[in-house]
Design a protein around this ligand. Sequence first.
Ligand SMILES: Nc1ncnc2c1ncn2[C@@H]1O[C@H](COP(=O)(O)OP(=O)(O)OP(=O)(O)O)[C@@H](O)[C@H]1O
Ligand SMILES: [Mg+2]
Length: 250
Amino acid sequence: MLKVVDLHKDFGGLKVLDGVDLEVERNQVVGLIGPNGSGKTTLFNVIAGVYKPTSGEVLLDGERVDGLKPDQLYRKGLVRTFQIPRPFRKLTVLDNLLLAGREQIGERFLNVFRLIKWKMQEKELLEKAEEIMDLLNLSHLSDEYAGNLSGGQLKLLELGRALMSDPKIMLLDEPAGGVNPTLAIRLFGKIRELAETRNLTFFIIEHRMETLMNYSDYMFVLYRGKIIVEGEPKKVMDDERVIEVYLGEL
Ligand SMILES: Nc1ncnc2c1ncn2[C@@H]1O[C@H](COP(=O)(O)OP(=O)(O)OP(=O)(O)O)[C@@H](O)[C@H]1O
Ligand SMILES: [Mg+2]
């Protein structure tokens, strides 16, 4: 589904990504771990089109996509969430979801003349939003302003907004960051369920590798801009280099 080939990203003289190679298989939940500052968010930013790579390739479904803009990638089914959620705080949960759905379809001026079609689309969006709220246990907060949600609820809303676009692959930057362990487990459970029932692929940055371990099929470890270890979670967790890198940071 996603392939990254010899990807480099420099900021000034700083080599933040230094030859990253990886592949994310369809319908899998794949983890990206690594200590602070190892380049995880930068990698997501390059894949999602926020930054142009200094060199290297990004392929989505076999098609070169490096250099495309975030909205172009979004339309190709690649959506990312942010380490810090960015909802519209003065809109309700429901409106945040509806708006995310609309962004994708786009309200073209000419559609105004196709009122029936437009209304049908509104109805479909509403149904989709309700389904997603149900799935994420957000239904009771439908009319709540996003600004009043807890940290964990905001993370769920961020996930819901991304789901509204019917993505093929979702890049989640620390979806459980700052969320208590119980909710984190619930959240990863949901992600697992989505991968299995909705034909979705997930690529997830996570700091607490223990949490992700039980919910991912495969893991990559990024350290100083390079993938140093990859494999099944158990194998990765037991790898001496991974332990060293994490201990070194503490
Ligand atoms: N736009 C930028 N300009 C200059 N340096 C940057 C830029 N973005 C990131 N960096 C640097 O790149 C390095 C990697 O940052 P990045 O945010 O990708 O790490 P990370 O692995 O996501 O860390 P964390 O676990 O703390 O979220 C850091 O040294 C950071 O200061
Ligand atoms: Mg980061």
